[in-house]
Write a protein that binds this ligand. Sequence first.
Ligand SMILES: NC(=O)c1ccc[n+]([C@@H]2O[C@H](COP(=O)([O-])OP(=O)(O)OC[C@H]3O[C@@H](n4cnc5c(N)ncnc54)[C@H](O)[C@@H]3O)[C@@H](O)[C@H]2O)c1
Length: 460
Amino acid sequence: MRIAVIGTGYVGLVTGACLAARGHRVTCVDQQQEIVRQIQAAQAPIFEPGLEEILREVTARGRLSATTNLKEAVLGAELSLVAVGTPLRDGEIDLSQVREAVAAIGRALKETNRHHTVCIKSTVVPTTTDTLVKQLLTEASGRQPGEFGLAMNPEFLREGRAVEDFLKPDRIVIGADDDFSFAAVQRLYEGRFDAPLLRVSLRTAEMIKYAANSLLANLISYSNEVASICEATGGVDVREVLDAVTRDKRFHAGSETGGAGPEITKYLEAGCGFGGSCFPKDVQALAAYSRKRGYQPRLLQATLAVNREQPLRLVARLAEELGGLAGRRVAVLGLAFKPGTDDVRGSPSIAMIRRLLEKGAEVRGADPRAAGNMNDVIPAVPGRVRYFREYAAALDGADAVILATSWPEYLEIPPDEFRRRLKRPLVVDGRRALNREGLEGAGCRYLGVGLKEKEKGPQA
Ligand SMILES: NC(=O)c1ccc[n+]([C@@H]2O[C@H](COP(=O)([O-])OP(=O)(O)OC[C@H]3O[C@@H](n4cnc5c(N)ncnc54)[C@H](O)[C@@H]3O)[C@@H](O)[C@H]2O)c1
């Protein structure tokens, strides 16, 4: 099938490259010249494991090309996948990129009689596709609904494992209100991907994506709320609590062992909160959408409130431990919102670094991939904040370190190296991923999310 992918960020590029690897002919369209230039040279403009290898292969085979010319790409394709950004603006979804891309597709379709299907892959709030997108396409193309196909195919990939997730999806959701549109998207996947294909309506497909992300975000905030109650109690380790909770066999359907547990239990871990380009924005967008529709989404609002506070709680604990932060040097290990990506959008490190700076601390951030991107968000200022690729440069001479992202190389730092490099060996484990016993054995003071010593004396 000949496909145009409009918007080649994390989702669009991974989608385009993987569909090309599965035998389709893909034209990637982006309005950023530099992104297009890099894709043409078979270089990935973003870091995503395995992506560049696939890009090299599909480009060499002539299955994938890139252009800034949307019209040409659409006219040469049977199906357009829209994967542009849907950021938040003033707490609500900003659909301007979708509007612009869809209108441009419509204008291109005006110049041909060939049938074409437009499929929205961006995350959009329910009713966007069957109202706004349909109307824009109708107006710009001069065609009536039904004279073009319209579908919604949400994407569930996770950054850092995007290629693997795309190639081995758990389910493929195709929203379509007519058989022709469904069949067009079905042809993208059927026989090429081993996953159940779920046919639903356009607005159900939109809702599925938000419901999935909100559930996962909810689990994280739930875990963090339990952690805060553990801290307020003293003598209770949230890790032990949640480990026991998730051994309930209902979390282990199909698993005999009841051991480490399936992936879902990864969302039942306390940490410094969720980040990334999806969870924070999608939960906010769904909450705002829901309020507009007259329903107060109390659980979603609470999920967001807990998440906003979580990274700041860590900084507050550090301040308490150090007797204030003014003049202290704090190393922040990990700037990306999770390991395996260079993406800092919504990263809890941003909130932590801002708060540390507000309180007068000097920050030394480290990340193997995301130092440059963090510098774009909070620029380095001599004597105030600096970023490094190497963790050692951040740790050397610091008063404390916060582990913010559990990159594997950080988990392998020998405990005595923390002791040697830090001026004051205070380790705040924002991910509960470090070796507590080892660190304490090496003479470090260890503070972990959801873990606090029992206070002496009677407790209420
Ligand atoms: N990043 C994720 O992990 C993820 C996962 C699932 C779903 N999503 C959703 O997918 C969508 C895309 O997310 P992303 O992270 O890939 O965004 P992104 O910001 O990384 O990429 C969007 C790209 O679209 C391009 N673009 C915008 N308007 C355009 C236009 N009119 N013509 C051509 N190109 C245009 C931009 O230049 C940019 O390169 C969002 O709705 C997001 O919520 C993201």
